[in-house]
Write a protein that binds this ligand. Structure first.
Ligand SMILES: CC(C)(COP(=O)(O)OP(=O)(O)OC[C@H]1O[C@@H](n2cnc3c(N)ncnc32)[C@H](O)[C@@H]1OP(=O)(O)O)[C@@H](O)C(=O)NCCC(=O)NCCS
Length: 174
Protein backbone atom coordinates (compact mmCIF):
# COMPACT_ATOMS: atom_id res chain seq x y z
CA UNK A 1 0.00 0.00 0.00
CA UNK A 2 1.36 3.35 -1.04
CA UNK A 3 0.49 6.23 1.33
CA UNK A 4 -0.53 8.23 -1.73
CA UNK A 5 -2.75 5.40 -2.90
CA UNK A 6 -4.95 4.49 0.05
CA UNK A 7 -7.28 1.51 -0.30
CA UNK A 8 -10.86 2.73 -0.18
CA UNK A 9 -13.41 0.49 1.55
CA UNK A 10 -17.07 1.43 1.65
CA UNK A 11 -18.67 1.53 5.08
CA UNK A 12 -22.37 2.32 5.12
CA UNK A 13 -21.88 4.59 2.14
CA UNK A 14 -18.93 6.40 3.69
CA UNK A 15 -15.33 5.58 3.05
CA UNK A 16 -12.68 4.15 5.35
CA UNK A 17 -9.16 4.54 4.01
CA UNK A 18 -5.89 3.11 5.21
CA UNK A 19 -2.46 4.68 5.04
CA UNK A 20 0.96 4.76 6.67
CA UNK A 21 1.10 7.02 9.75
CA UNK A 22 3.16 10.20 9.81
CA UNK A 23 4.64 12.05 12.78
CA UNK A 24 1.67 14.41 12.89
CA UNK A 25 -0.67 11.45 13.51
CA UNK A 26 1.06 10.72 16.83
CA UNK A 27 -1.26 12.98 18.85
CA UNK A 28 -4.43 11.35 17.57
CA UNK A 29 -2.98 7.85 17.98
CA UNK A 30 -2.13 8.68 21.59
CA UNK A 31 -5.73 9.86 22.16
CA UNK A 32 -7.17 6.63 20.74
CA UNK A 33 -4.80 4.55 22.90
CA UNK A 34 -5.76 6.58 25.99
CA UNK A 35 -9.48 6.39 25.28
CA UNK A 36 -9.34 2.60 24.74
CA UNK A 37 -8.95 2.21 28.55
CA UNK A 38 -7.46 -1.20 27.72
CA UNK A 39 -4.08 -0.54 26.17
CA UNK A 40 -0.95 0.37 28.08
CA UNK A 41 -0.70 4.02 27.05
CA UNK A 42 2.78 4.97 25.89
CA UNK A 43 4.06 8.54 26.07
CA UNK A 44 2.88 11.05 23.44
CA UNK A 45 6.49 11.19 22.29
CA UNK A 46 6.54 7.43 21.71
CA UNK A 47 3.60 7.60 19.30
CA UNK A 48 5.14 10.50 17.36
CA UNK A 49 8.44 8.63 17.14
CA UNK A 50 6.72 5.38 16.14
CA UNK A 51 4.70 7.12 13.44
CA UNK A 52 7.93 8.55 12.05
CA UNK A 53 10.38 5.68 12.30
CA UNK A 54 8.11 2.60 12.15
CA UNK A 55 5.67 3.97 9.60
CA UNK A 56 6.32 1.14 7.13
CA UNK A 57 5.18 -1.43 9.71
CA UNK A 58 2.27 0.57 11.10
CA UNK A 59 -1.07 1.74 9.75
CA UNK A 60 -3.88 4.18 10.46
CA UNK A 61 -7.52 4.08 9.37
CA UNK A 62 -9.30 7.30 8.42
CA UNK A 63 -13.04 7.88 8.34
CA UNK A 64 -14.55 11.18 7.25
CA UNK A 65 -11.10 12.77 7.37
CA UNK A 66 -10.34 11.72 10.94
CA UNK A 67 -7.93 9.03 12.14
CA UNK A 68 -10.20 6.48 13.86
CA UNK A 69 -7.85 3.55 14.33
CA UNK A 70 -4.25 2.48 14.33
CA UNK A 71 -1.99 -0.53 14.51
CA UNK A 72 1.67 -0.22 15.45
CA UNK A 73 4.19 -2.87 14.54
CA UNK A 74 7.78 -3.73 13.80
CA UNK A 75 9.76 -6.48 12.15
CA UNK A 76 11.18 -8.72 14.87
CA UNK A 77 14.94 -8.12 14.97
CA UNK A 78 15.72 -11.85 15.26
CA UNK A 79 13.12 -12.78 12.62
CA UNK A 80 12.74 -9.93 10.11
CA UNK A 81 10.25 -11.92 8.03
CA UNK A 82 7.84 -11.65 10.98
CA UNK A 83 5.70 -8.60 11.66
CA UNK A 84 5.11 -8.07 15.38
CA UNK A 85 1.84 -6.19 15.78
CA UNK A 86 2.19 -4.24 19.02
CA UNK A 87 -0.96 -2.23 19.63
CA UNK A 88 -4.26 -2.07 17.79
CA UNK A 89 -7.15 0.19 18.71
CA UNK A 90 -10.23 1.62 17.07
CA UNK A 91 -12.18 4.62 18.31
CA UNK A 92 -15.22 3.40 20.26
CA UNK A 93 -17.65 5.06 17.82
CA UNK A 94 -16.23 3.07 14.90
CA UNK A 95 -15.98 -0.43 16.36
CA UNK A 96 -17.67 -3.49 14.92
CA UNK A 97 -17.09 -2.40 11.32
CA UNK A 98 -14.14 -4.72 10.67
CA UNK A 99 -11.78 -1.74 10.74
CA UNK A 100 -9.28 -3.45 13.05
CA UNK A 101 -9.26 -6.64 10.99
CA UNK A 102 -8.85 -4.68 7.78
CA UNK A 103 -5.96 -2.73 9.30
CA UNK A 104 -4.15 -5.93 10.29
CA UNK A 105 -4.75 -7.48 6.86
CA UNK A 106 -3.73 -4.34 4.95
CA UNK A 107 -0.63 -3.98 7.08
CA UNK A 108 0.38 -7.58 6.53
CA UNK A 109 -0.14 -7.32 2.77
CA UNK A 110 1.95 -4.16 2.67
CA UNK A 111 4.77 -5.76 4.67
CA UNK A 112 4.54 -8.95 2.58
CA UNK A 113 5.81 -6.91 -0.36
CA UNK A 114 9.01 -6.46 1.66
CA UNK A 115 9.36 -10.14 2.57
CA UNK A 116 7.18 -10.52 5.66
CA UNK A 117 5.48 -13.93 5.77
CA UNK A 118 4.13 -14.14 9.33
CA UNK A 119 2.51 -12.09 12.09
CA UNK A 120 3.18 -12.30 15.80
CA UNK A 121 1.26 -10.49 18.51
CA UNK A 122 0.91 -10.80 22.26
CA UNK A 123 -2.50 -10.95 23.90
CA UNK A 124 -3.50 -11.25 27.53
CA UNK A 125 -5.82 -14.18 28.38
CA UNK A 126 -8.70 -11.83 29.27
CA UNK A 127 -8.68 -9.86 25.99
CA UNK A 128 -11.31 -11.75 24.02
CA UNK A 129 -11.79 -8.97 21.50
CA UNK A 130 -8.14 -9.11 20.53
CA UNK A 131 -8.15 -12.92 20.37
CA UNK A 132 -11.15 -12.81 18.05
CA UNK A 133 -9.55 -10.06 15.97
CA UNK A 134 -6.40 -12.06 15.26
CA UNK A 135 -8.33 -15.30 14.73
CA UNK A 136 -10.38 -13.46 12.10
CA UNK A 137 -7.29 -11.91 10.51
CA UNK A 138 -5.62 -15.34 10.34
CA UNK A 139 -8.67 -16.74 8.54
CA UNK A 140 -8.82 -13.81 6.14
CA UNK A 141 -5.12 -14.08 5.33
CA UNK A 142 -5.06 -17.87 5.12
CA UNK A 143 -2.53 -18.12 7.94
CA UNK A 144 -2.35 -20.78 10.65
CA UNK A 145 -2.94 -19.54 14.21
CA UNK A 146 -1.09 -21.00 17.19
CA UNK A 147 -0.48 -19.70 20.71
CA UNK A 148 2.29 -20.16 23.27
CA UNK A 149 3.15 -18.63 26.67
CA UNK A 150 5.34 -15.53 26.30
CA UNK A 151 5.60 -12.95 29.13
CA UNK A 152 4.61 -14.09 32.62
CA UNK A 153 2.92 -11.58 34.94
CA UNK A 154 5.90 -11.28 37.31
CA UNK A 155 7.98 -9.65 34.56
CA UNK A 156 5.87 -6.50 34.86
CA UNK A 157 6.30 -3.86 37.56
CA UNK A 158 2.58 -3.09 37.50
CA UNK A 159 -0.37 -5.45 37.91
CA UNK A 160 -0.23 -6.63 34.32
CA UNK A 161 -1.81 -9.80 33.00
CA UNK A 162 0.52 -12.37 31.44
CA UNK A 163 0.85 -12.10 27.67
CA UNK A 164 0.61 -15.08 25.31
CA UNK A 165 2.35 -15.03 21.95
CA UNK A 166 -0.01 -15.60 19.01
CA UNK A 167 1.71 -16.78 15.87
CA UNK A 168 0.05 -16.39 12.48
CA UNK A 169 2.19 -18.40 10.11
CA UNK A 170 2.02 -19.80 6.60
CA UNK A 171 0.69 -23.33 6.47
CA UNK A 172 -2.64 -25.01 6.47
CA UNK A 173 -5.06 -22.53 8.04
CA UNK A 174 -7.25 -23.96 10.82
C1 LIG B 1 -10.11 -4.88 19.79
C2 LIG B 1 -10.53 -3.74 18.84
C3 LIG B 1 -9.26 -3.16 18.17
C4 LIG B 1 -11.46 -4.34 17.75
O1 LIG B 1 -11.75 -3.31 16.81
P1 LIG B 1 -12.98 -3.47 15.77
O2 LIG B 1 -12.69 -2.60 14.60
O3 LIG B 1 -14.26 -3.26 16.46
O4 LIG B 1 -12.85 -5.02 15.38
P2 LIG B 1 -13.38 -5.68 14.04
O5 LIG B 1 -14.73 -5.11 13.70
O6 LIG B 1 -12.35 -5.60 12.98
O7 LIG B 1 -13.59 -7.20 14.47
C5 LIG B 1 -12.65 -8.22 14.13
C6 LIG B 1 -13.11 -9.50 14.79
O8 LIG B 1 -13.02 -9.38 16.23
C7 LIG B 1 -14.30 -9.60 16.82
N1 LIG B 1 -14.47 -8.63 17.92
C8 LIG B 1 -14.26 -7.31 17.87
N2 LIG B 1 -14.56 -6.75 19.05
C9 LIG B 1 -14.95 -7.77 19.86
C10 LIG B 1 -15.38 -7.84 21.20
N3 LIG B 1 -15.47 -6.73 21.99
N4 LIG B 1 -15.68 -9.04 21.74
C11 LIG B 1 -15.58 -10.17 20.98
N5 LIG B 1 -15.18 -10.16 19.68
C12 LIG B 1 -14.90 -8.98 19.13
C13 LIG B 1 -15.30 -9.34 15.73
O9 LIG B 1 -16.50 -10.06 15.95
C14 LIG B 1 -14.57 -9.84 14.50
O10 LIG B 1 -14.68 -11.25 14.45
P3 LIG B 1 -14.86 -12.01 13.04
O11 LIG B 1 -13.58 -11.83 12.28
O12 LIG B 1 -15.09 -13.41 13.47
O13 LIG B 1 -16.02 -11.35 12.36
C15 LIG B 1 -11.31 -2.62 19.58
O14 LIG B 1 -12.37 -3.21 20.31
C16 LIG B 1 -10.45 -1.82 20.53
O15 LIG B 1 -9.86 -0.80 20.14
N6 LIG B 1 -10.34 -2.27 21.80
C17 LIG B 1 -9.51 -1.60 22.80
C18 LIG B 1 -8.02 -1.82 22.54
C19 LIG B 1 -7.65 -3.30 22.48
O16 LIG B 1 -8.11 -4.14 23.25
N7 LIG B 1 -6.76 -3.61 21.50
C20 LIG B 1 -6.32 -4.99 21.27
C21 LIG B 1 -5.06 -5.30 21.99
S1 LIG B 1 -3.62 -4.64 21.21
Amino acid sequence: MNPNDPSPETDNGNTVTFRRPRARDGKRIWEIARDSRVLDVNSPYAYVLWSQDFSETSIVAEFDGDVVGFATGYRRPAAPDTLMVWQVAVDETQRGKQIAKRMVCELFRHCAQAGVVAINTTISPDNQASQRLFAGAARALGLQLTREPFFSAELFIDSHEPEDLYLLTPGSAQ
